[in-house]
Write a protein that binds this ligand. Structure first.
Ligand code: NAD
Length: 443
């Protein structure tokens, strides 16, 4: 059974004690996330972009005027109860890594230098073969991939004891690995474990983190497009062990925009001839994605979105054969401040062409950081609510949402948002909101 709400026990367990959030990867996204949470805790910043901290949820009828904050409605861990950890093949502490990432300004980093300097990454499971543009020395050694996974499990246990954590969540914030096709080695747990013992190259480091997390009963969220936890063997393991999992690839800049605009076009039955997207970015993620093998993983993730939203098989007259091109160019002067251009060729009444141009000057890690926080807090909540396996209600946060086998992912941001909120209502014993609203007009 997937993590459906149907098999949920009555009341979610409260969020008592401390929650550890460990990120494989202590780069731009992870350090921006950690620095942001600490700044909010100290009253220096607001958690803008985070649903768990800022969004409300309507309950009951519109006439009831009940719209509490999500965090007051659902028992989520408090920011003050969070402890951070990380793994990274580069040994820089979070302060040094944040300085190098160049996302946050000194005026935001200096006041929390003590806090950031104390976050030192544990040695990573890392192989240059899977992320060719990174070289690091803070790396674990082991005879087999299984040994390495066992070392990660030990790290999780030690982290929990050292920091007196009640619970832990892991969010993958590490580099995008090269493209790996799901195959027989990923099909069942037995095959996966044998492949780990044989050091099979189909088993990427990210899969070892996911395996270690699930074995330790720790929810795992995958912020990158690499398969990681999205393989049948690990989905099976998560279901057996009662662990929530989700992925893939944080939905930030351009794809987020696509999942806002494309549903709008389709809602109005406007056609699409083509969508050309190009980006320049100069951070380390951009450098990693400059490698064609890592870019292919990202491209797969970015391309699927439009097709699924527009459904050309159902609407051939509007969407059959539209051209969709995505480019990412590494351009160092920009640092983390990505610039994306979209040229959208749309088609209207009687076939007349029109164009939409979007020029999005975004800050990648500023958009990703609140997503890391929400995924961690919601996944921890999901576990306390008795959910397990794939958490499709968290699709809202992902470019390539994981789903049950054979199920098309839902990409439309607004359907995803409704699903997320309805799941929270359901878990807390509140009525679903369908927006039918006929009762307001019945005398
Ligand atoms: N920022 C965004 O908007 C966004 C959106 C979607 C996805 N992502 C993904 O999030 C990830 C992080 O992005 P970033 O900008 O922080 O990149 P980054 O390069 O700044 O940081 C990634 C870190 O991961 C480390 N790393 C690589 N392999 C590792 C391993 N096996 N174990 C532990 N650490 C490892 C690297 O040394 C590096 O410090 C990337 O995969 C990126 O594609 C980012």
């Amino acid at each position: 059974m997937q993590g459906s709400a149907a098999d949920v026990p009555s009341t979610p367990r409260p969020a008592t004690g401390r929650l550890g959030i460990i990120t494989p990867g202590l780069g731009a996204v992870a350090t921006t996330f950690m620095a942001g949470v600490e700044s909010v805790r100290r009253g220096h910043a607001q958690p803008i972009g985070s649903l768990t901290q800022m969004a409300t949820i309507r309950l009951g009828k519109r006439t009831e005027n009940r719209s509490p904050l999500i965090k007051e409605f659902v028992p989520l861990a408090e920011l003050d109860d969070i402890v951070f950890g990380a793994w990274d093949p580069i040994a820089d502490d979070a302060y040094t890594a944040a300085k190098k990432a160049g996302v946050l300004e000194d005026r935001d980093l200096e006041p929390i230098k003590d806090f950031l300097s104390a976050i030192v990454p544990m040695p990573a499971v890392f192989e240059n073969k899977y992320v060719t543009r990174i070289n690091g020395t803070n790396v674990k050694k082991g005879k087999t991939k299984r040994d390495l996974a066992e070392q990660l499990r030990q790290d999780i246990r030690d982290f929990k004891t050292r920091n007196k954590c009640d619970r832990v969540v892991i969010v993958w914030c590490a580099s995008t690995e090269i493209y790996i096709k799901p195959g027989p080695k990923h099909a069942t747990l037995e095959q996966f474990e044998r492949a780990m013992e044989n050091n099979d190259e189909e088993i990427a480091p990210s899969m070892l983190y996911a395996y270690a997390a699930i074995m330790e009963g720790v929810p795992f969220c995958n912020g990158a497009p690499n398969l990681s936890v999205d393989i049948p063997a690990l989905v099976q393991l998560a279901n057996e062990r009662g662990v929530p999992i989700s992925g893939k690839d944080f939905k930030t800049g351009q794809t987020w925009m696509k999942t806002v605009i494309a549903p709008g076009l389709k809602a109005r039955m406007l056609g699409l001839a083509g969508w050309y997207s190009t980006n320049i970015l100069g951070n380390r993620d951009g450098e990693v994605l400059d490698d064609p093998a890592s870019f292919k993983t990202k491209e797969e993730s970015k391309l699927s979105v439009l097709h699924t939203i527009l459904q050309p098989e159902i609407y051939p007259d509007l969407y059959k054969g539209f051209s969709h091109v995505v480019r990412i160019n590494y351009y160092p002067p920009r640092g983390d401040n990505k610039e994306g251009w979209d040229n959208i060729d749309i088609v209207g009444w009687m076939g007349y062409p029109m164009q939409i141009k979007v020029n999005f000057l975004c800050r990648d890690s500023i958009l990703a950081a609140p997503i890391v926080l929400d995924l961690a807090l919601f996944s921890d909540f999901a576990q306390r609510a008795g959910l397990k396996g794939i958490q499709e209600w968290l699709s809202f946060y992902y470019k390539s949402p994981m789903t049950a086998p054979g199920l098309q992912p839902e990409h439309d941001l607004f359907i995803q948002q409704t699903k997320l909120k309805n799941t929270l209502r359901h878990l807390m014993g509140e009525e679903q909101i369908t927006h039918l609203g006929l009762e307001y007009y019945q005398s």
